[in-house]
Ligand binder design. Structure first.
Ligand code: SF4
Length: 378
């Protein structure tokens, strides 16, 4: 599909960004030169994947202080990395970042899009964003914000992701004309602050060039995505101690919870409130602290926590007894961190359903991993 010349349409973005850009600790002062610290750009872009700018800034500062370059990060322990990443979510990004740092420490920083794409954790968007900002390559980086801006400027009424290739071709000459780093960041900034889902066209530098605004259709571009179906679940999540150790599921190598330890859990049985038959008859002392709802992108989990102490025994398949002293430093997802913080909390007496859940876990019950949350960048 023929698009109007991007270098002309987007020209007002360059001076707008030069004068109004928000300060961010990873942004270079000189937008026309290669970035003095490509590693800082890489760290910021990995942290910004699915996390908002305001959240990332303090994490970025602490990270760069502790790991100022790829070699320092490559040599870090898992506990150190987890300590600095905890709370950002999607812990797999931290592991990918360390793997990328190790590759860079060994072989140098790749300075081509293909080389960047070969680093762990860099998809087409992140690789293009790093190439443009770190090395001034005219590689268009299309994330949700950039797709929205482009679709509106061109009055593209279909899902712009279906035209990703054509939009990259369209944008590349504009990057070359106005500076790859400057224009990449300008498009991101416009999408984050002005051309937001409810656009503020009156303060937009592109208002005279925007085809969607001219036709009054900017509010319905891009078209709404079909709603994701959210499943509901109720689980018992159990912190089980015995002989100075906690029973935990060690991290898997793949999947959404790769690199994270988790408490054993099992689906909640039909609610059986009231006092359980004496758990002590089974060698169990237990209580049920207050529960909560854990929200993920595709799943809402009603979590019913249990804290229990049991008589020593072999760990069920897939679980391990982990010394209590290690618990605080283990990398965990948010749900499991929350139970870690509640292991000393008071609770109600164990219910029959809770007792059955504990017995199921101790006898070895397989539990699958939930989906992870997906906050957006802005
Ligand atoms: S004029 Fe409005 S719709 Fe068009 S790019 Fe600017 S903010 Fe977005």
């Amino acid at each position: 599909m023929p698009f109007a010349d991007a270098a002309v349409l987007l020209a007002p973005l360059a001076p707008w960004f030069d004068s109004l850009r928000r300060p961010m600790p990873w942004r270079a002062a000189d937008l026309d030169a290669p970035h003095p610290d490509p590693y800082a750009v890489l760290v910021s872009e990995i942290m910004l994947q699915q996390t908002q700018v305001a959240t990332v800034i303090p994490y970025f500062r602490r990270w760069m202080e502790r790991f100022p370059g790829p070699a320092a990060l490559a040599a870090a322990t898992e506990d150190e990395i987890h300590g600095l990443w905890a709370g950002l979510g999607y812990y797999r990004r931290a592991r990918n970042l360390q793997a990328a740092a190790a590759a860079i420490a060994a072989d140098g920083f790749p300075r081509t899009l293909e080389g960047l794409l070969a680093l762990p954790g860099l998809g087409p968007y992140t690789a293009a964003a790093v190439a443009a900002q770190a090395f001034q390559l005219p590689t268009p980086a299309l994330d949700g914000n950039a797709f929205r801006v482009a679709a509106r400027v061109l009055a593209l009424e279909e899902d712009p992701r279906r035209h990703a290739g054509a939009l990259r071709e369209w944008l590349a000459p504009a990057l070359a004309a106005h500076g790859p780093s400057r224009l990449t960041q300008a498009v991101m900034e416009l999408g984050a602050t002005v051309c937001v889902p409810a656009p503020r066209c009156a303060s937009c530098p592109l208002q005279g060039a925007c085809a969607a605004r001219a036709r009054g259709i900017q509010h319905r571009i891009p078209p709404a995505q079909p709603r994701t179906k959210v499943t509901e679940a109720e689980i018992h999540l159990a912190a089980i101690a015995s002989g100075g150790a906690w029973l935990l599921r060690p991290p898997g190598a793949k999947g959404l919870l790769a690199g994270l330890w988790s408490w054993p859990w099992t689906g909640a049985a039909a609610d059986t409130q009231g006092a359980a038959e004496p758990a002590s008859a089974y060698g169990i002392e237990a209580r049920e602290p207050a529960g909560w709802t854990q929200v993920y992108s595709h799943r809402r989990e009603a979590v019913r926590p249990i804290v229990a102490r049991v008589e020593p025994g072999a760990a069920p398949p897939g679980l391990e007894w982990v010394p209590e002293a290690r618990l605080a430093s283990l990398p965990m997802g948010r749900r499991d961190q929350r139970l870690r913080e509640a292991v000393d909390a008071p609770g109600e007496p164990l219910t029959v359903a809770g007792l059955e859940a504990l017995q199921a876990i101790l006898q070895g019950v397989k539990a699958s991993s939930p989906a992870a949350p997906a906050p957006g960048r802005s």
